[in-house]
Structure formats: C-alpha cells, structure tokens
Design a protein around this ligand. Sequence first.
Ligand code: S3P
Length: 169
Amino acid sequence: MKIVLLGYMASGKSAVGKILAKKMNLQFIDLDDFIEEKEQQSITDIFKTKGEIYFRQVEGVCLQELLNLSKKCIISVGGGTPCYGNNLELIKEKAISFYLKASINTIFERLKHETSQRPLVATIGIDNLQEYIAKHLFERASFYDEADFSIVVNDKDLKEIVGEIDELL
Ligand code: S3P
C-alpha cells in the first residue's frame, strides 16, 4: 500500500513526506516535481503557456502512473489533485491517505510570503488573499475530508506531525 499526503497549498505535504519517508525508509515522490520532470517545465510555466486544464490532465495521468508503481512509497500530491477527475477515487483505492489540515490563518501566514511560486494565487493581492483561501478551502474541504485520516498541522513541528502519522500506520 502507498501513502498519500494531501491538503491545501502550504500545508506541509512535501516537508512532512520527506521526513516520513526517511523515517520509514521508503522512497518519497512529490507529484508536482514528477510533473515538472515529465513536462520539462515548471508548474508555473505549464500554467502560463498551456493553461490549467492541460495541467489538470497531466496531473491526473501522472498520479495514475505513480499509484500504479509496484513499490511502496510516499507520495505528496498538489493542493488541487484530489478535487479533479477520478483522482480521489484512485487515491482511496490504491493508498492510505492523510489530510494535513491547516487553518485559513496558518495557510495565509505561510502563503503570503510565497505566492509568486504558486500560479493559482500569484495574481491575488495580499489584501484579498485571506478571503480567497477561505473560499477555496471551503470548496475543497469535502474532497480533503475523504482522506482516511486527518492530521491538524497548524502550530506543530514537522517531527510531531510525522510521529502522529507513523502511529496511525
Ligand atoms: C495547486 C497546488 C500546487 C500545484 C499547482 C496547483 C492547487 O501544489 O499543484 O500550483 O490547485 O492547489 P502545492 O499544493 O504543492 O502547492
């Protein structure tokens, strides 16, 4: 069985995944990195030159490829991954999933420093960012809540979060 980490942007999926993988002696794969390598383009440039619909198609295909690998591994997916196509069903079928649940405020505090690296929020001004996150998270929460386990992450350090996941496995 694979382990999938999901949740909104800046919830710590990749950072947690790397440490968890080390602890469990498993390979860690970040879906966004995998897409960038496959497409030979950054996520930002894919959005810019080919658009979000193209990105979502590639994201679905890459997710399927990773979930079909025979080896056990830890995969962190993008914030939107479980919300499109049949991605959530695939994740549920092929992996144990953990929702890294961050509050609107936690996400805002983290994202405000790095909107430029994230195409979906790159054009949202700081004054509108909190409201954007609140609405977007509300739209996506029902997908995230389908994960097998929810881990509240807010003020916890990475080790603590990894420890909680490890205990549930
Ligand atoms: C997205 C999140 C990003 C990346 C893309 C779209 C989203 O991943 O997949 O920019 O729809 O929330 P992270 O959650 O790793 O930032």
